[in-house]
Design a protein around this ligand. Structure first.
Ligand code: PGA
Length: 251
């Protein structure tokens, strides 16, 4: 059975104190619930150590939202995959559309970031997804396929199995417009076909593919009911424990 995962992406929100309070509240909520999925929170880099220390590792996985495409050295402001790993984090979001769009992250850069994340024992949550214009011109399948091929298909099957994918249509991120359950299933099934062509059906069936983009307590259950949707990458709704818990409990 594929791993079911609900991962929060806090983006650039919350001070350290607010973040620790949010993580602790989530940890408390999870102590009294039996949940059917893995729970991960990807927090600002400044918060990782404190958040790792305020949650139970068996309840909540902690991740970064980015890591560098360089090993170490004179790269002011960058944080390496080894540094992320040394905080106690287990995950790193790579290739989020905001990083691709605002910080010039190309497929080639993401390929290197993925290698470094894997070499350092982090689980990459690798994001892919088309912008509105690409969907309207029916290029969305090609765009998503090329992001996967160029960013990940250099990996061996063994390494590829360590990656979590997140399909996030850019037009759905932070907009309140969610992909319909049919649109999500159609793309997730397509992605699995692309993976099967390269790595075979067994590997394709093992990879968790999360949906992201305005996923909320109201639509989570119907999105997660799709056979190829294995969870969610949650932005806005991950900032409120009540909403995030409702999404977790949608499993
Ligand atoms: P959203 O963000 O849930 O606020 O749309 C999702 C994401 O960007 O990962």
């Amino acid at each position: 059975m594929r791993k079911k995962i609900v991962a929060g992406n806090w983006k650039m929100n919350k001070t350290l104190q607010e973040g620790v309070a949010l993580a602790s509240e989530l940890n408390d909520a999870l102590k009294v619930e039996t949940v059917k999925c893995d729970v991960v929170i990807c927090v600002p880099a400044t918060h990782i150590v404190s958040v790792v220390n305020s949650v139970s590792a068996d309840k909540i996985g902690v991740g970064a939202q980015n890591s560098a495409d360089k090993v170490s050295g004179a790269y002011t402001g960058e944080i390496s995959a080894a540094m992320v790993k040394s905080t106690g984090a287990g995950y790193v979001i790579l290739g989020h559309s905001e990083r691709r769009a605002y910080y010039g992250e190309t497929d080639a850069i993401l390929k290197t970031k993925t290698d470094l994340a894997l070499e350092n024992g982090l689980t990459p949550i690798f994001c892919i997804g088309e912008v509105l214009e690409e969907r309207q011109s029916e290029k969305h399948f090609d765009v998503v396929k090329s992001q996967i091929v160029n960013g990940l298909f250099h990996l061996s099957a063994d390494d590829f199995k360590k990656v979590v994918l997140a399909y996030e249509p850019v037009w759905a991120i932070g907009t309140g417009v969610t992909a319909s359950k049919e649109q999500a299933q159609e793309m997730h099934a397509f992605i699995r076909t692309v993976l099967a062509e390269k790595y075979g059906q067994d590997v394709a069936q093992e990879i968790s593919i999360l949906y992201g983009g305005s996923c909320n307590p109201k639509n989570a259950a119907e999105l997660f009911a799709n056979p190829d949707v294995d969870g969610g990458l949650i932005g806005g709704a991950a900032l409120k424990v009540e909403d995030f818990m409702a999404i977790i409990k949608a499993w």
